[in-house]
Design a protein around this ligand. Structure first.
Ligand SMILES: [Fe+2]
Ligand SMILES: [Fe+2]
Length: 323
C-alpha cells in the first residue's frame, strides 16, 4: 500500500513501481510449485527389468523430443519453401521443451542418468545445437544419434548441409560430437553391474557397419549383462505385425527407414549381421530405443525384450528399474 505522502514523493511511475512491490518482494519464487507443474505434464511409464542383480537401480529414458529452434542466423539461410516447412514442424513439435524438462527433472529427482535415444533435434540448426549445450551440458546424460539430427531439414537443407551419403553422415557425427557426452558410433557406460551400450544406427553407413559390430562384440566380451540403446528399433515379426495395425502400414513398405535389419529391405552394411548376432547373445538383457513415436514392447531374443518408447515431445518419459 502506498501512502499519499509517498505518492507525492514518488510521482506516477514511482506509484506503479511501489504498488508492484509486494508481488516482487514476496520472497523467492516457489520453485517446487514450478517443478511440480513441469512434472504434471509428464506421461510417466515405469518398466521393471529383472536380470538377477543383487540390488536395483533406475535410469530414465526419453526419445524423440524433436526440438525445432532456429536463430536469426538460421532463418537468414531459409528459402520461402523451407520457412513454410519449418513453421509446420515447429507446430507439430511445440512441446519438446516441456517434455525434456520433465525428463531431466524426473531424472534429477531420482538421482538417475537420462538416456536420450535420438531425434533430440528435429533438424541440426545452430539454435538447436546451442540448446543442447545450454540445457544438457551440465547434466548426467547418455545419448544415441537419431536420424533427424543429421538430415532433419526439409526442402533445401538450408542451415547445415547434411544428408544421406556416407560422407554426409560422417559430417553429421563430426558436427554433433562436441555437443554430446559420449562417442557417437559406439559407446558404453557401466551402471550397477550392467553394461549400457549405445550405438548409432541412424547415421549408419556401409563403411561404419562392420566396424561398429566389432566394437559391440568387444563390449559383450567384457562379460557383463548388456542393455543396448539405439534410436531405431530392430526388426522382429511381432513388431511389424503391430506396426501394420497401429500405424496402418502395408507390411512390405516397412523398410530400413523404420526398423533395423528388415529381411526384405536393402540394408546398409552390417545391420542384418548385427541383428542375427545379437539374437544369439545370452548376455543381452534388453534393447531400449525410440523412433516410431509409438509404444511397443516385443520379445527380441530368448533373453531380451525390445522396448520401443513413445515420443518425448508428446510428454512420454520412461523410468526403467533394473534389479
Ligand atoms: Fe522421431
Ligand atoms: Fe527417428
Amino acid at each position: 500500500m502506498v501512502t499519499r505522502r509517498e505518492a507525492v514523493q514518488l510521482g506516477l511511475m514511482g506509484v506503479f513501481a511501489a504498488a508492484m512491490r509486494p508481488v516482487f518482494s514476496a520472497g523467492k519464487p516457489d520453485e517446487k510449485a514450478f517443478a511440480d507443474s513441469v512434472l504434471e505434464t509428464m506421461k510417466l511409464r515405469k518398466i521393471n527389468i529383472n536380470i538377477g542383480l543383487g540390488s536395483s537401480f533406475k535410469v530414465v529414458q526419453a526419445t524423440d523430443s524433436h526440438f525445432t529452434y532456429v536463430s536469426a542466423e538460421d532463418f537468414e539461410k531459409l528459402d520461402s519453401k523451407s520457412m513454410e516447412w519449418y513453421s509446420s514442424r515447429s507446430k507439430i513439435f511445440a512441446d519438446g521443451i516441456p517434455g525434456l524438462a520433465a525428463a531431466l527433472l524426473h531424472a534429477k529427482n531420482l538421482n538417475a542418468p537420462l538416456f536420450h535415444t535420438g531425434d533430440l533435434l528435429d533438424f541440426p540448426s545452430k539454435a538447436n545445437l546451442d540448446m543442447i549445450r545450454r540445457d544438457l551440458s551440465m547434466r548426467n546424460w547418455f545419448y544415441s544419434l537419431g536420424n533427424h539430427e543429421y538430415h532433419g531439414w526439409g526442402p533445401g537443407k538450408p542451415a547445415i548441409a547434411i544428408g544421406r551419403s556416407a560422407e554426409e553422415r560422417a559430417a553429421g557425427r563430426r558436427l554433433f560430437a562436441p555437443y554430446v557426452p559420449n562417442p557417437i558410433p559406439v559407446a558404453s557406460r557401466v551402471i550397477g553391474g550392467v553394461n549400457f551400450v549405445q550405438y548409432d544406427n541412424s547415421g549408419f553407413s556401409d563403411h561404419m557397419g562392420h566396424w561398429q559390430l566389432d566394437q559391440i562384440k568387444k563390449e559383450f566380451a567384457k562379460g557383463l549383462p548388456v542393455v543396448m540403446l539405439c534410436h531405431m528399433p530392430f526388426f522382429t515379426d511381432k513388431l511389424v505385425d503391430q506396426m501394420v495395425v497401429t500405424k496402418k502400414l502395408v507390411k512390405e513398405k516397412i523398410n530400413d527407414g523404420y526398423l533395423q535389419g528388415v529381411p526384405w529391405a536393402n540394408s546398409w552394411g552390417g545391420r542384418k549381421e548385427l541383428l542375427a548376432w545379437l539374437k544369439e547373445q545370452p548376455l543381452l538383457k534388453a534393447i531400449i530405443c525410440g523412433h516410431l513415436h509409438g509404444e511397443y514392447c516385443v520379445q527380441f531374443s530368448k533373453t531380451a525384450m525390445q522396448y520401443v518408447s513413445d515420443a518425448n515431445y508428446k510428454g512420454f518419459v520412461y523410468e526403467f528399474t533394473f534389479s
